[in-house]
Design a protein around this ligand. Structure first.
Ligand code: ATP
Ligand code: MG
Length: 294
């Protein structure tokens, strides 16, 4: 059974076509990040997926059910980007409301409070909460009902580094328990810790990537300025090599460092510094969204 199936979703606001035929599918429990610049349609897509917004055309199935089926939301939770909390109620009141609405056991409240680590302030009015405290409460509210699918619109925004780590751990724990998570985020370095499955939204469409592209390792070598002119011909003849300012970039899925060292020695090229990293969300984003400036 497909867990999430989005088929050719089109959505416009007036003349502005925001989603131009979005199609993707998740068949196994996984974490998927939704990435794109401001205004690229992430929130619109999540709202359409959860049927808060009607698409112009296309269909969405969640856990094998149409998104218009009310039973969907017994198993799917959505944390909206601007969910409003009641300022005069405590966090506990919010959780209690969900527990009684959804007829969950009373113990579930304490379970979630402990899991998310909000016991210190859960009895205080939410008007006294910081942004991060609110975000913790919202996540707690969204997992009350043991969702199988969790849709999160920018769950890391406004969180301090410790809270980001907490949320990251929580998402990984939930994912290991079989929860499918789709989260939008602008925090590309954080996404690298959470998942390598990324859905890039560009100009109303999902960008299909060559998966082998991001299983590569990237070496960045700082080349002595005097040697630069000897490096440039190498980048024309070797497809794994390119120049970025003073840096020679070597990217490969099966890097052969001995070959690289020999080649540089043969051409009398001095390397002043070198760093290594796995190709991540930042590089993938740059490759997709880089505009050629005129
Ligand atoms: N209610 C609305 N009426 C008209 N236009 C809208 C409405 N909501 C969103 N839009 C437009 O649709 C586009 C996509 O907006 P959306 O909020 O989905 O983007 P986003 O990717 O979530 O952006 P952000 O990263 O800033 O959260 C934007 O151009 C926005 O101006
Ligand atoms: Mg948004």
């Amino acid at each position: 059974m497909s867990l999430l199936k989005v088929d050719n979703i089109v959505k416009s606001y007036g003349n502005h076509k925001v989603l131009k035929g979005i199609t993707f599918e998740i068949n196994e429990p996984n974490i998927l990040a939704l990435v794109g610049p401001n205004g690229s349609g992430k929130t619109t897509l999540l709202n359409v997926m959860t049927n808060l917004l009607k698409a112009d055309s296309g269909t969405v199935e969640l856990l094998g059910m149409k998104n218009s089926d009310p039973n969907v939301f017994k198993k799917v939770a959505y944390l909206k980007d601007n969910t409003v909390l009641y300022p005069y109620l405590s966090g506990y009141d919010h959780l209690k409301y969900i527990q009684s609405m959804q007829k969950l056991p009373k113990e579930r409240i304490d379970e979630v409070v402990n899991q998310i680590g909000i016991s210190e302030y859960v009895r205080n009015k939410t008007s006294t909460y910081s942004l991060g405290m609110k975000q913790h409460l919202l996540i707690a509210m969204s997992i009350m009902n043991h969702p199988e699918v969790l849709l999160l619109d920018e769950p890391l925004t406004g969180l301090d580094p410790t809270s980001v780590m907490d949320v990251r751990l929580l998402l990984n724990t939930l994912s290991k328990k079989g929860v499918t998570i789709l989260l939008s985020s602008h925090s590309l370095s954080e996404i690298d810790f959470i998942t390598s499955n990324i859905l890039f939204l560009k100009d109303g469409e999902v960008i299909e990537e060559d998966i082998s592209e991001y299983q590569k390792t990237r070496y960045q070598l700082k080349v002595a300025t005097n040697d630069l002119e000897r490096v440039i011909p190498l980048t024309n003849t070797h497809k794994h090599l390119l120049m970025e300012e003073n840096y020679l970039i070597y990217t490969s899925s099966e890097p052969n460092l001995q070959w690289l060292i020999n080649t540089l020695q043969e051409h009398n090229i001095v390397v002043e510094d070198m760093s290594k990293r796995v190709v991540g969300a930042q590089e993938r984003y740059e490759a997709i969204f880089k505009e050629i400036e005129v």
